[in-house]
Design a protein around this ligand. Structure first.
Ligand code: C5P
Length: 245
């Protein structure tokens, strides 16, 4: 496989074309951002950790019956993915109130939701990734009603599988963001990444009524110290789980 021209540079990844039209070459960077790029830092080791974490998670999801764009990890910081036509949507699933949901509805962080929530934001940095409902998404031509039904159902399946997978490593999956795209034959697939950058992950053993032990990017967002030990902890637990499968 040959790496060709750069197609896109995001906040955490660079995407390159390859000599195969259906394959994307993805490089994970050390950059961390929060607040839509308002806070930005280079963190040594982050690219390597997220590349490995998302590779293991996509393998674990495949083991649990969920297909994704992931093909294979090719170096410490690079992987090959299927090249999809992406929906410009941030698909968020939530099990516990936190972050923007807790703020929007005036809820205490940590309140367990009576039913998991799936919500959509328009992926548009210039607009600050605004909340979007399905009628808006259809009117804007982002997806058809049938595609949105599939996206919502798949997000719930991913939530179910990821919740079980993280429970196996003694971590509570609070919420996460995923993206999806469509193959040339019209199949909708999970894409982008699943890492502590895109999930809220709380250590079950060390979280209690008065304390949250965070193992995710909230450590960076809230200036609580280095993210590296937390990301390493997540990876170490996932590697053990993966080795058993
Ligand atoms: O900030 P908010 O509570 O809406 O985030 C919900 C979930 O989506 C969190 O796990 C967060 O890490 C993730 N997220 C993301 N990228 C964004 C916005 C949110 O990965 N641009």
């Amino acid at each position: 496989m040959e790496k060709r021209e750069k197609l896109y540079e995001g906040k955490a990844k660079k995407l390159y074309a390859t000599d195969h039209p259906d394959v994307l070459w993805v490089e994970y960077m050390n950059q961390a951002t929060a607040g839509n790029g308002a806070k930005k830092e280079q963190i040594d080791g982050k690219g390597r950790l997220n590349n490995r974490i998302t590779s293991v998670i996509f393998e674990e999801l495949r083991y649990r019956g969920i297909a994704s764009h992931f093909l294979k990890q090719i170096s410490e910081t690079e992987q090959l993915n299927r090249h999809l036509t992406m929906f410009p949507l941030e698909i968020i699933a939530r099990n516990i109130a936190a972050g923007s949901f807790a703020k929007r509805y005036g809820m205490e962080e940590g309140t367990v939701l009576s039913r998991p929530v799936v919500e959509f934001c328009l992926k548009n940095d210039a607009l600050g990734d605004p909340f979007i409902n399905t009628d808006d998404a259809i009117a804007l031509g982002i997806a058809t009603p049938d595609q949105l039904d599939i996206i919502r159902a798949k997000a719930r399946e991913v939530n179910h599988a990821l919740t079980a997978m993280f429970a196996d490593i003694n971590v509570t999956l609070v919420d996460f963001k995923i993206e999806m795209g469509v193959t040339s034959d019209g199949t909708i697939l999970l894409a982008d990444e699943v890492t502590p950058d895109t999930c809220r992950l709380w250590d079950k053993a060390k979280t209690s009524a008065g304390h949250i032990e965070r193992l995710d990017k909230d450590i960076f967002r809230k200036d609580l110290g280095s993210i590296i030990p937390a990301y390493e902890e997540i990876l170490e637990r996932l590697e053990k789980l993966n080795a058993a499968h």
